[in-house]
Design a protein around this ligand. Structure first.
Ligand SMILES: Nc1ncnc2c1ncn2[C@@H]1O[C@H](COP(=O)(O)OP(=O)(O)OP(=O)(O)O)[C@@H](O)[C@H]1O
Ligand SMILES: [Mg+2]
Length: 326
Protein backbone atom coordinates (compact mmCIF):
# COMPACT_ATOMS: atom_id res chain seq x y z
CA UNK A 1 0.00 0.00 0.00
CA UNK A 2 1.35 3.38 -0.99
CA UNK A 3 -0.32 5.50 1.62
CA UNK A 4 2.00 7.15 4.08
CA UNK A 5 1.41 6.94 7.80
CA UNK A 6 0.96 10.63 8.42
CA UNK A 7 -1.61 10.85 5.69
CA UNK A 8 -3.68 8.24 7.37
CA UNK A 9 -3.67 10.01 10.66
CA UNK A 10 -6.39 11.92 8.90
CA UNK A 11 -7.41 9.34 6.32
CA UNK A 12 -8.29 11.47 3.30
CA UNK A 13 -10.64 10.27 0.61
CA UNK A 14 -7.88 8.98 -1.61
CA UNK A 15 -6.79 6.54 1.07
CA UNK A 16 -10.27 5.21 1.61
CA UNK A 17 -9.65 2.20 -0.58
CA UNK A 18 -9.31 -0.96 1.41
CA UNK A 19 -7.77 -3.68 -0.64
CA UNK A 20 -8.54 -7.33 -0.10
CA UNK A 21 -6.10 -10.16 -0.19
CA UNK A 22 -6.13 -10.24 -3.97
CA UNK A 23 -5.38 -6.55 -4.16
CA UNK A 24 -8.76 -5.50 -5.52
CA UNK A 25 -10.18 -2.26 -4.23
CA UNK A 26 -13.06 0.06 -4.81
CA UNK A 27 -13.77 3.59 -3.72
CA UNK A 28 -17.51 3.80 -3.63
CA UNK A 29 -19.21 5.67 -0.85
CA UNK A 30 -19.09 2.59 1.27
CA UNK A 31 -15.99 0.53 0.76
CA UNK A 32 -16.79 -3.11 0.46
CA UNK A 33 -13.99 -5.58 0.76
CA UNK A 34 -14.66 -9.18 0.16
CA UNK A 35 -12.88 -12.28 -0.89
CA UNK A 36 -15.50 -14.60 0.41
CA UNK A 37 -17.22 -16.99 -1.93
CA UNK A 38 -20.50 -16.41 -0.17
CA UNK A 39 -20.57 -12.95 1.31
CA UNK A 40 -24.37 -12.80 1.24
CA UNK A 41 -24.60 -15.84 3.48
CA UNK A 42 -22.11 -14.30 5.86
CA UNK A 43 -24.07 -11.07 6.05
CA UNK A 44 -27.14 -13.00 7.16
CA UNK A 45 -25.27 -14.57 10.03
CA UNK A 46 -26.71 -13.71 13.41
CA UNK A 47 -24.32 -11.49 15.31
CA UNK A 48 -24.75 -9.19 18.32
CA UNK A 49 -27.81 -7.11 17.77
CA UNK A 50 -27.14 -3.39 17.81
CA UNK A 51 -28.27 -1.56 20.94
CA UNK A 52 -31.92 -0.53 20.87
CA UNK A 53 -31.26 3.15 20.21
CA UNK A 54 -29.03 2.35 17.25
CA UNK A 55 -31.37 -0.20 15.73
CA UNK A 56 -32.67 2.13 13.04
CA UNK A 57 -29.34 3.73 12.16
CA UNK A 58 -27.28 2.32 9.31
CA UNK A 59 -24.09 0.50 10.12
CA UNK A 60 -20.85 2.47 10.03
CA UNK A 61 -18.77 -0.67 10.33
CA UNK A 62 -19.70 -4.19 9.48
CA UNK A 63 -17.03 -6.85 9.46
CA UNK A 64 -17.76 -10.49 8.92
CA UNK A 65 -15.33 -13.34 9.38
CA UNK A 66 -12.50 -10.88 9.19
CA UNK A 67 -9.12 -12.56 9.52
CA UNK A 68 -5.66 -11.11 9.56
CA UNK A 69 -2.42 -13.07 9.54
CA UNK A 70 1.12 -11.95 9.90
CA UNK A 71 3.02 -14.87 8.43
CA UNK A 72 2.07 -17.93 10.44
CA UNK A 73 0.44 -15.86 13.19
CA UNK A 74 -3.30 -15.57 13.02
CA UNK A 75 -4.10 -12.30 14.82
CA UNK A 76 -7.74 -11.76 13.89
CA UNK A 77 -9.68 -14.97 13.55
CA UNK A 78 -12.95 -14.73 11.63
CA UNK A 79 -13.94 -11.76 13.73
CA UNK A 80 -17.36 -10.11 13.45
CA UNK A 81 -17.97 -6.53 14.45
CA UNK A 82 -20.78 -4.01 13.99
CA UNK A 83 -20.70 -0.33 14.80
CA UNK A 84 -23.80 1.76 14.16
CA UNK A 85 -23.67 5.22 12.61
CA UNK A 86 -22.90 7.71 15.34
CA UNK A 87 -22.22 5.01 17.90
CA UNK A 88 -19.35 5.31 20.38
CA UNK A 89 -17.66 1.94 20.88
CA UNK A 90 -14.62 1.17 23.01
CA UNK A 91 -12.35 -1.80 22.36
CA UNK A 92 -10.42 -3.43 25.18
CA UNK A 93 -8.05 -6.35 25.03
CA UNK A 94 -4.76 -7.54 26.40
CA UNK A 95 -1.54 -6.27 24.94
CA UNK A 96 -0.91 -8.06 21.66
CA UNK A 97 -4.51 -9.20 21.27
CA UNK A 98 -4.82 -7.41 17.92
CA UNK A 99 -6.58 -4.12 18.71
CA UNK A 100 -4.26 -1.98 16.62
CA UNK A 101 -4.32 -4.60 13.87
CA UNK A 102 -8.11 -4.33 13.77
CA UNK A 103 -8.05 -0.53 13.84
CA UNK A 104 -5.50 -0.39 11.04
CA UNK A 105 -7.63 -2.72 8.95
CA UNK A 106 -10.66 -0.47 9.52
CA UNK A 107 -8.58 2.58 8.63
CA UNK A 108 -7.48 0.96 5.39
CA UNK A 109 -3.84 0.98 6.45
CA UNK A 110 -3.43 -2.78 6.21
CA UNK A 111 -5.02 -5.37 4.01
CA UNK A 112 -7.12 -8.03 5.61
CA UNK A 113 -6.34 -11.66 4.91
CA UNK A 114 -9.92 -12.79 4.42
CA UNK A 115 -13.49 -11.89 5.25
CA UNK A 116 -15.71 -8.95 4.45
CA UNK A 117 -15.43 -5.39 5.68
CA UNK A 118 -17.75 -2.45 5.11
CA UNK A 119 -16.58 0.94 6.30
CA UNK A 120 -17.46 4.50 5.31
CA UNK A 121 -15.12 6.27 2.97
CA UNK A 122 -14.77 9.25 5.28
CA UNK A 123 -12.54 7.93 8.03
CA UNK A 124 -9.90 9.46 10.23
CA UNK A 125 -7.56 8.02 12.80
CA UNK A 126 -5.72 9.38 15.82
CA UNK A 127 -2.96 7.36 17.43
CA UNK A 128 -1.20 7.33 20.76
CA UNK A 129 1.47 9.65 19.40
CA UNK A 130 0.16 12.72 17.55
CA UNK A 131 2.27 12.16 14.43
CA UNK A 132 2.79 15.82 13.65
CA UNK A 133 5.29 16.98 11.06
CA UNK A 134 7.87 18.91 13.11
CA UNK A 135 8.69 21.27 10.24
CA UNK A 136 5.09 22.39 9.79
CA UNK A 137 3.24 24.83 12.00
CA UNK A 138 0.21 23.59 13.93
CA UNK A 139 -2.34 24.81 11.39
CA UNK A 140 -0.44 23.27 8.49
CA UNK A 141 -0.39 19.96 10.34
CA UNK A 142 -4.16 20.18 10.58
CA UNK A 143 -4.57 20.49 6.82
CA UNK A 144 -1.81 18.04 5.98
CA UNK A 145 -2.48 16.16 2.76
CA UNK A 146 -5.75 17.96 2.09
CA UNK A 147 -6.62 20.18 -0.84
CA UNK A 148 -9.06 22.70 0.55
CA UNK A 149 -10.47 26.07 -0.21
CA UNK A 150 -10.01 28.60 2.57
CA UNK A 151 -7.36 26.28 3.94
CA UNK A 152 -6.14 28.41 6.78
CA UNK A 153 -9.62 29.47 7.84
CA UNK A 154 -10.76 25.85 7.96
CA UNK A 155 -7.70 24.84 9.94
CA UNK A 156 -8.35 27.64 12.39
CA UNK A 157 -11.97 26.55 12.82
CA UNK A 158 -10.84 23.02 13.60
CA UNK A 159 -8.22 24.30 16.04
CA UNK A 160 -10.87 26.46 17.68
CA UNK A 161 -13.01 23.38 18.24
CA UNK A 162 -10.23 21.76 20.21
CA UNK A 163 -9.41 24.98 22.06
CA UNK A 164 -6.12 25.64 20.32
CA UNK A 165 -6.78 28.53 17.95
CA UNK A 166 -4.24 30.60 19.84
CA UNK A 167 -1.49 28.11 18.93
CA UNK A 168 -2.17 28.02 15.20
CA UNK A 169 1.37 29.14 14.36
CA UNK A 170 3.13 27.02 16.95
CA UNK A 171 5.78 24.51 15.95
CA UNK A 172 4.99 20.97 17.14
CA UNK A 173 8.09 20.88 19.34
CA UNK A 174 6.66 23.75 21.38
CA UNK A 175 3.33 22.01 22.08
CA UNK A 176 2.60 20.03 25.23
CA UNK A 177 1.55 16.40 24.83
CA UNK A 178 -2.11 17.28 25.30
CA UNK A 179 -1.89 20.20 22.86
CA UNK A 180 -0.19 18.07 20.23
CA UNK A 181 -2.90 15.47 20.62
CA UNK A 182 -5.54 18.17 20.19
CA UNK A 183 -3.87 19.22 16.92
CA UNK A 184 -4.11 15.58 15.83
CA UNK A 185 -7.80 15.61 16.76
CA UNK A 186 -8.35 18.84 14.81
CA UNK A 187 -6.70 17.21 11.81
CA UNK A 188 -9.04 14.26 12.11
CA UNK A 189 -12.09 16.52 12.51
CA UNK A 190 -11.30 18.45 9.37
CA UNK A 191 -11.84 15.23 7.41
CA UNK A 192 -15.45 15.21 8.68
CA UNK A 193 -15.17 11.49 9.33
CA UNK A 194 -18.15 9.20 9.53
CA UNK A 195 -15.83 6.82 11.34
CA UNK A 196 -13.30 8.14 13.83
CA UNK A 197 -10.68 5.59 14.86
CA UNK A 198 -8.80 6.32 18.08
CA UNK A 199 -5.90 4.09 19.09
CA UNK A 200 -5.06 4.85 22.73
CA UNK A 201 -5.07 8.58 22.01
CA UNK A 202 -4.91 9.56 25.68
CA UNK A 203 -2.49 6.91 26.92
CA UNK A 204 0.57 9.13 26.99
CA UNK A 205 -1.18 12.00 28.76
CA UNK A 206 -1.16 12.79 32.46
CA UNK A 207 -4.31 12.00 34.44
CA UNK A 208 -5.73 15.53 34.49
CA UNK A 209 -5.12 16.13 30.79
CA UNK A 210 -6.73 12.79 30.10
CA UNK A 211 -9.88 13.81 31.96
CA UNK A 212 -10.02 17.05 29.95
CA UNK A 213 -9.54 15.09 26.74
CA UNK A 214 -12.40 12.79 27.70
CA UNK A 215 -14.68 15.80 27.98
CA UNK A 216 -13.41 17.21 24.71
CA UNK A 217 -13.89 13.99 22.80
CA UNK A 218 -17.46 13.66 24.10
CA UNK A 219 -18.22 17.26 23.11
CA UNK A 220 -16.83 16.73 19.62
CA UNK A 221 -18.61 13.42 19.25
CA UNK A 222 -21.96 14.99 20.21
CA UNK A 223 -21.41 17.87 17.82
CA UNK A 224 -20.26 15.87 14.79
CA UNK A 225 -21.66 12.43 15.53
CA UNK A 226 -19.14 10.20 13.82
CA UNK A 227 -19.12 6.54 14.74
CA UNK A 228 -16.15 6.14 17.08
CA UNK A 229 -13.97 3.14 17.78
CA UNK A 230 -11.75 3.91 20.75
CA UNK A 231 -8.99 1.44 21.52
CA UNK A 232 -7.93 1.73 25.12
CA UNK A 233 -6.37 -0.20 27.98
CA UNK A 234 -8.21 1.92 30.47
CA UNK A 235 -11.40 0.17 31.57
CA UNK A 236 -12.68 3.28 33.33
CA UNK A 237 -12.18 5.34 30.20
CA UNK A 238 -14.11 2.77 28.19
CA UNK A 239 -17.03 2.67 30.63
CA UNK A 240 -17.10 6.45 31.04
CA UNK A 241 -17.18 7.23 27.34
CA UNK A 242 -18.66 4.44 25.27
CA UNK A 243 -22.14 3.26 24.32
CA UNK A 244 -20.72 -0.24 24.06
CA UNK A 245 -17.53 -1.89 25.17
CA UNK A 246 -16.05 -4.79 23.22
CA UNK A 247 -13.35 -7.14 24.41
CA UNK A 248 -10.97 -8.70 21.89
CA UNK A 249 -9.36 -11.98 22.78
CA UNK A 250 -7.72 -14.67 20.69
CA UNK A 251 -8.68 -12.91 17.52
CA UNK A 252 -12.36 -12.54 18.28
CA UNK A 253 -14.78 -10.25 20.06
CA UNK A 254 -15.55 -12.23 23.22
CA UNK A 255 -17.69 -9.64 25.02
CA UNK A 256 -20.03 -6.94 23.83
CA UNK A 257 -21.37 -4.91 26.73
CA UNK A 258 -23.85 -2.08 26.37
CA UNK A 259 -23.36 0.75 28.87
CA UNK A 260 -26.84 1.90 29.72
CA UNK A 261 -25.85 4.57 32.22
CA UNK A 262 -26.72 8.07 30.95
CA UNK A 263 -23.94 10.61 30.47
CA UNK A 264 -22.33 12.31 32.28
CA UNK A 265 -21.38 9.13 34.06
CA UNK A 266 -20.20 8.79 37.56
CA UNK A 267 -17.56 6.29 38.56
CA UNK A 268 -19.12 6.12 41.99
CA UNK A 269 -22.41 4.61 40.83
CA UNK A 270 -22.99 0.91 41.41
CA UNK A 271 -23.73 0.23 37.77
CA UNK A 272 -20.38 1.69 36.73
CA UNK A 273 -18.54 -0.46 39.25
CA UNK A 274 -20.43 -3.57 38.21
CA UNK A 275 -19.56 -3.17 34.52
CA UNK A 276 -16.01 -2.21 35.43
CA UNK A 277 -15.52 -5.37 37.49
CA UNK A 278 -17.04 -7.48 34.75
CA UNK A 279 -14.65 -6.05 32.15
CA UNK A 280 -11.62 -6.36 34.40
CA UNK A 281 -12.47 -10.00 34.97
CA UNK A 282 -12.74 -10.56 31.23
CA UNK A 283 -9.28 -9.03 30.91
CA UNK A 284 -7.90 -11.41 33.50
CA UNK A 285 -7.71 -8.92 36.34
CA UNK A 286 -9.02 -10.03 39.74
CA UNK A 287 -10.19 -7.29 42.02
CA UNK A 288 -9.43 -7.83 45.67
CA UNK A 289 -10.38 -5.68 48.62
CA UNK A 290 -7.44 -3.53 49.70
CA UNK A 291 -5.20 -5.56 51.98
CA UNK A 292 -4.85 -4.27 55.49
CA UNK A 293 -1.07 -4.20 55.20
CA UNK A 294 -1.21 -2.17 52.00
CA UNK A 295 0.35 -4.90 49.85
CA UNK A 296 -0.34 -4.12 46.20
CA UNK A 297 -1.50 -7.18 44.30
CA UNK A 298 1.19 -9.37 42.80
CA UNK A 299 3.85 -6.72 42.86
CA UNK A 300 6.40 -5.68 40.31
CA UNK A 301 6.38 -8.88 38.24
CA UNK A 302 3.22 -7.70 36.59
CA UNK A 303 3.64 -3.96 36.67
CA UNK A 304 3.47 -3.79 32.88
CA UNK A 305 0.29 -5.84 32.70
CA UNK A 306 -1.30 -3.78 35.43
CA UNK A 307 -0.48 -0.65 33.49
CA UNK A 308 -2.15 -2.12 30.45
CA UNK A 309 -5.38 -2.85 32.28
CA UNK A 310 -5.34 0.47 34.01
CA UNK A 311 -7.79 0.75 36.84
CA UNK A 312 -6.05 3.35 38.90
CA UNK A 313 -7.10 6.68 40.38
CA UNK A 314 -9.33 8.57 40.26
CA UNK A 315 -11.74 5.66 40.24
CA UNK A 316 -12.21 3.05 42.94
CA UNK A 317 -9.12 3.83 44.94
CA UNK A 318 -10.13 1.24 47.55
CA UNK A 319 -9.13 -1.71 45.35
CA UNK A 320 -5.82 -3.30 44.66
CA UNK A 321 -5.23 -5.21 41.48
CA UNK A 322 -3.82 -8.62 40.92
CA UNK A 323 -3.36 -10.10 37.52
CA UNK A 324 -4.72 -13.58 37.00
CA UNK A 325 -2.10 -15.98 35.71
CA UNK A 326 -3.27 -17.77 32.62
N1 LIG B 1 3.34 -5.69 10.84
C1 LIG B 1 3.39 -6.76 11.64
N2 LIG B 1 4.12 -7.84 11.30
C2 LIG B 1 4.12 -8.94 12.10
N3 LIG B 1 3.44 -9.04 13.26
C3 LIG B 1 2.71 -7.99 13.63
C4 LIG B 1 2.65 -6.79 12.85
N4 LIG B 1 1.83 -5.92 13.48
C5 LIG B 1 1.41 -6.54 14.60
N5 LIG B 1 1.94 -7.77 14.69
C6 LIG B 1 1.68 -8.74 15.76
O1 LIG B 1 0.28 -8.88 15.89
C7 LIG B 1 -0.07 -9.04 17.26
C8 LIG B 1 -1.12 -8.01 17.60
O2 LIG B 1 -0.53 -6.74 17.55
P1 LIG B 1 -1.35 -5.42 17.84
O3 LIG B 1 -0.41 -4.29 17.70
O4 LIG B 1 -2.57 -5.40 17.01
O5 LIG B 1 -1.77 -5.64 19.37
P2 LIG B 1 -2.51 -4.66 20.36
O6 LIG B 1 -3.70 -5.39 20.90
O7 LIG B 1 -2.75 -3.36 19.70
O8 LIG B 1 -1.42 -4.52 21.49
P3 LIG B 1 -1.12 -3.27 22.45
O9 LIG B 1 -2.24 -3.27 23.44
O10 LIG B 1 0.19 -3.62 23.09
O11 LIG B 1 -1.05 -2.03 21.63
C9 LIG B 1 1.21 -8.91 18.05
O12 LIG B 1 1.67 -10.22 18.36
C10 LIG B 1 2.16 -8.23 17.10
O13 LIG B 1 3.48 -8.62 17.36
MG1 LIG C 1 -2.03 -1.42 19.99
Amino acid sequence: MQTMEFDLAGAPARSAKVANATGAANATNVTNVTNSANAAAIKRAAWPLPPADAASSPAAVQARRLSKRFGANLILDQLNIDIGAGEFVALLGRSGSGKTTLLRALAGLDRITSGTLDVPQARAAVFQEPRLMPWKRAWRNVTLGMKLERTRERALQALEEVGLAHRENAWPATLSGGEAQRVALARALLREPQLLLLDEPFAALDALTRIRMHQLILTLWRRHRPAVLLVTHDVDEAVLLADRVLVLEQGRIVADITIAQPRPRSAERGEFQRVRSQLLQLLGVDLEPAAADGAAGNGDDHADDADHARADAPFAPSFNLSIARS
